[in-house]
Design a protein around this ligand. Sequence first.
Ligand code: PAF
Length: 283
Amino acid sequence: MKVVSSKEDLTEIIDQLKAKKNSIGFVPTMGALHDGHLSLVERGFKDNSIMVVSIFVNPTQFDNKKDLDKYPRNLESDIKLLKKVSKDKIIVYAPTVEDIYGASVSSVSFSFDGLENEMEGKFRKGHFDGVGTIVKRLFEIVQPEFAYFGEKDFQQLQIIRKLVEKQHLNVKIIGCKIHREASGLAMSSRNSRLKKEYLEAAPFIYKTLNEAKKKFRKMSAQKVTKWVEAQFAKHELLKLEYFNIANVKSLKTLKRKSPKQKYRAFIAVFADDIRLIDNIALN
Ligand code: PAF
């Protein structure tokens, strides 16, 4: 497996592969890989002969310095996991902060037509500017035909679609289903930091989302939201940051149901100091 850290080396390898008519798929990650990431890479091989996986903990998308410092990093075990998918058709791009940002570690300010102001945008200042900056930069370096993103970060996925549309980037974005543990907990690099009692408590998040989905058939979004808030108010370990039922396109909070629109329920929860997010399609 090729592991490169400089963009010049990566560009050279990709140019050679493209000259031989390979199509390049891309999975950007922040490392601490799990089966969810591997499933994105496997999905990518349906459309592409070569997959590039970037491993880069992007400082500009963290609004919390402690979260950035504690973010799990282990390149060796990430490479080992990727080898389970393919030993010779994956290129790992693991740049340094300097390679990506040069001397100035800062993000560009984007407008994503208001998508950036909902949910995560309210609680994580500057987060989507950081995501937009790094994803655009990585697309420019990797020049993939397709890029794959998980629906766990559904707001991020919609924002990246908007980024591609507004910046006229030449890449097709593929959204992939959430990968879950047997317990229902959405797979996340952050799960590895959960202490035992919190790991055992965390499947409550998906269980509550499923119950909310059932209630949504008969109840208003406001009533379902109140019900979810009450469930978490009673919970001893998990602290709800937000629960929100929103339109999948605008990401705006649902006021009145329309049979023609698609909705999702979104949730952010603190388990100790670890922030977990999840979402579920409602119709
Ligand atoms: O979803 C992630 O892991 C990150 O936000 C991404 C897309 C790799 C950008 O740093």
